[in-house]
Design a protein. Structure first.
Length: 151
């Protein structure tokens, strides 16, 4: 009985450690910037082969992106934390974000901003297909740029 409990506890611990190592956490949030009355900051940057491609804020879109085994690319998902301020203008349209790497390459996403003012605060993940291990430098929304150094 004791061996079985010890085995289960070790298996559970290994599962938690594996799950934690699958995500590349951010080293603190980037400085918040206000775009059209939306206070935005970068929460994290993660890399994976299978991601959600939902819109922002999260809604009914359940499309997923999958990288085939052996592909030289991966998904880099940038999580944006959003707080709606009183100056938010619902009539303005936000362009989808773009991602840049240290070589100057710009990556686009298929995801979009939709109904931005409905919840007061939320987080959205925007996924970009990038070369594996690419050094990501900035995320741009319209004319606003967020630094991704250290993420």
């Amino acid at each position: 009985m004791i061996r079985r409990v010890t085995f289960l506890m070790c298996a559970l611990t290994m599962g938690v450690l594996f799950a934690a190592s699958s995500v590349v956490p951010a080293f603190g949030q980037s400085a918040a910037q206000t775009i059209n009355g939306l206070e935005m900051s970068i929460g994290s940057v993660t890399r994976a082969d299978n991601v959600s491609l939902g819109d922002c804020p999260p809604g009914a879109n359940i499309v997923r992106g999958v990288i085939r085994p052996g592909d030289t690319r991966e998904y880099a998902t940038v999580t944006i934390d959003v707080k709606v301020t009183p100056s938010f203008d619902a009539s303005a349209i936000l362009t989808p974000p773009t991602l840049q790497d240290d070589a100057g390459t710009t990556f686009r996403t298929a995801q979009a901003f939709t109904d931005m003012g409905s919840p007061e605060t939320y987080s959205c993940g925007f996924s970009f297909r990038v070369p594996k291990g690419a050094a990501l430098t900035t995320l741009t929304i319209g004319e606003t740029t967020f630094d991704l150094a250290g993420k």
